[in-house]
Design a binder for this molecule. Structure first.
Ligand SMILES: O=C(O)CCC(=O)C(=O)O
Length: 238
């Protein structure tokens, strides 16, 4: 896989073996997708970005790379080389149906921070790929609010479906129903207690009942935005 890896394996050839069968279609979970040296390199690059590159939100801060996706089309900006290496590598696995990822969100979560359940929506090719740095997290999945059952209260707890343990240095790929139908979120907690609802434990080395304290986690959310405005069009060139 990555050139610096001690034990390279060709995940493009057998991506299927990384499918999490206990989840609806389709989750690929690849532990140790990058080496510790690559993780350190990526964290260094993230923290070398100038302060204005960060946007502080409630519960996390983020960097946006590649342009701002919107309905009219993203005015694409070239990704820096340190991200290009990885967007190209993941795209070469076929994650974006032959297209190359052109957008990266860098999220930083301190222990106790998280993100509300949400869908990634229609601005992206329906695949999200995530490299995790610095810490694990638990990614929780929820059924959408059922419009035909408005008389029954639908709480977050009643819609909760399953969780994935997403370890540092792993690659997670979500496609199909796991992208299009179900919502995902991260609870703002300082530690995770693993239950049997964490469905990918067999590929993590962790066990039900383990308590995992969180450190600061940085995620690289790598996607393809199909609708792009070329800068040359804006400048009136053909
Ligand atoms: O940090 C993560 O793994 C999830 C990020 C996410 O859901 C998002 O940026 O929309």
């Amino acid at each position: 896989m990555m050139t610096a890896m001690a034990n390279p394996c060709d995940i493009a050839a057998d991506l299927e073996k990384y499918i999490v069968k206990e989840a609806p279609p389709t989750v690929y979970y690849v532990p140790n997708f990058i080496t510790e040296a690559e993780e350190e390199y990526l964290l260094q690059q993230v923290y070398r970005a100038p302060k204005p590159k960060w946007t502080q939100l409630s519960g996390r801060r983020l960097q946006n790379w590649g342009g701002l996706p919107n309905l009219k089309g993203m005015l694409a900006e070239k990704l820096p080389d340190w991200l290009l290496q990885y967007t190209e590598k993941i795209s070469a696995l076929g994650a974006f149906a032959g297209k190359t990822a052109n957008h990266v969100l860098v999220n930083e979560y301190k222990p106790g921070e998280g993100i509300m359940p949400h869908e990634d929506g229609p601005l992206y090719h329906p695949t999200v790929t995530t490299i995790s740095l610095g810490s694990h997290t638990l990614l929780d999945f929820y059924k959408p609010v059922c419009q035909t059952q408005s008389e029954i209260p639908q709480t977050e707890a009643s819609r909760y479906m399953l969780s994935l343990l997403v370890q540092q240095r792993s690659l997670l790929i979500l496609q199909d129903d796991m992208y299009k139908i179900y919502l995902h979120g991260i609870h703002g907690v300082c530690e995770d207690i693993l239950s049997e609802r964490v469905v990918n434990l067999s590929s993590t080395g962790a066990q039900v009942g383990d308590t995992l304290p969180r450190s600061t986690r940085v995620s690289l959310t790598i996607r393809h935005v199909p609708k792009v405005i070329r800068a040359s069009l804006l400048l009136g060139k053909k």
